[in-house]
Ligand binder design. Structure first.
Ligand code: MN
Length: 244
């Protein structure tokens, strides 16, 4: 991922937020303040931050193309349709705030709002080539899980053991702890119905459409290979903004 463009969009989103939230910030709890420093995902599908072949051999170009241009594009379109039908004013409500109050909305908004958010987030969690684990993030992971390997095992198991379709997450909770969890379907930890709530720092799509062309039924192999393309700088940057 291009760090400069990420930083630019972060600054842009931050300045927008300061204008729209105004004096209300002082009354919000700490975790919300932390979350408000994070870049917003937005309602429309952004350009993929790399080309379809970039993640090979771990994720093949055909999977990426279908995943991005068909599956993820459909979530974005269906979310827009649902917002229009249900008169949700997306100019006044961030997708993040919508997800936090997801029980106020229809199943179509939940499935496609989650689907759109999760995919836009997922693309940023990956990059071409490997990155080193930034020291501050490495320390936070060690402190929470005992070791990086213990974290990796827990996250891998969350993905492997999710029955059916869903996601595995590394999340910062309200208590400023790092935890691993999994959500079904297109739910995510921002949602008020999530078992574990918090700010997603890293997410892995474990729907079959994310890996079936290359890995068929071997979800464990997909997860094992996926570690090679995690964008740790993105995870660390989110962690910094969320206050770890
Ligand atoms: Mn997917």
């Amino acid at each position: 991922m291009n760090v400069n463009s990420s930083r630019r969009s972060f600054l842009k989103n931050t300045s927008t937020l300061c204008i729209t939230t105004g004096l209300g910030l002082a009354m919000l709890p700490a975790v919300t303040n932390a979350a408000r420093r994070l870049p917003l995902i937005g309602y429309t599908q952004k350009k993929l931050p790399y080309n379809y072949k970039a993640l090979e051999p771990f994720i093949d170009a055909a999977t990426m193309e279908i995943h991005y241009s068909k599956h993820a594009a459909a979530y974005a379109k269906n979310l827009a349709d649902a917002c229009a039908a249900e008169k949700i004013d997306t100019s006044k409500l961030s997708l993040e705030d919508l997800l936090k109050n997801i029980t106020n909305y229809s199943a179509k908004v939940r499935n496609n709002g989650g689907g759109h958010y999760n995919h836009e987030f997922f693309w940023q969690c990956m990059q071409e080539g490997t990155t080193n684990l930034p020291v501050k993030l490495a320390n936070a992971i060690t402190q929470s899980f005992g070791s990086f390997e213990a974290f990796k095992t827990q996250f891998t198991d969350a993905g492997k053991n999710r029955f059916g379709s869903g996601w595995a997450w590394l999340v910062q909770t309200e208590n400023q702890k790092l935890v691993v969890c999994s959500t079904p379907n297109q739910d995510n930890p921002l949602m008020n119905i999530a078992e574990v709530k918090g700010i997603p720092l890293l997410g892995l799509d474990i729907w079959e459409h994310a890996y079936y062309l290359k890995y068929q039924n071997k979800r464990a192999d997909y997860i094992a290979n996926w570690w090679n393309i995690v964008n740790w700088n993105f995870v660390a940057e989110r962690g910094n903004m969320a206050g770890i």
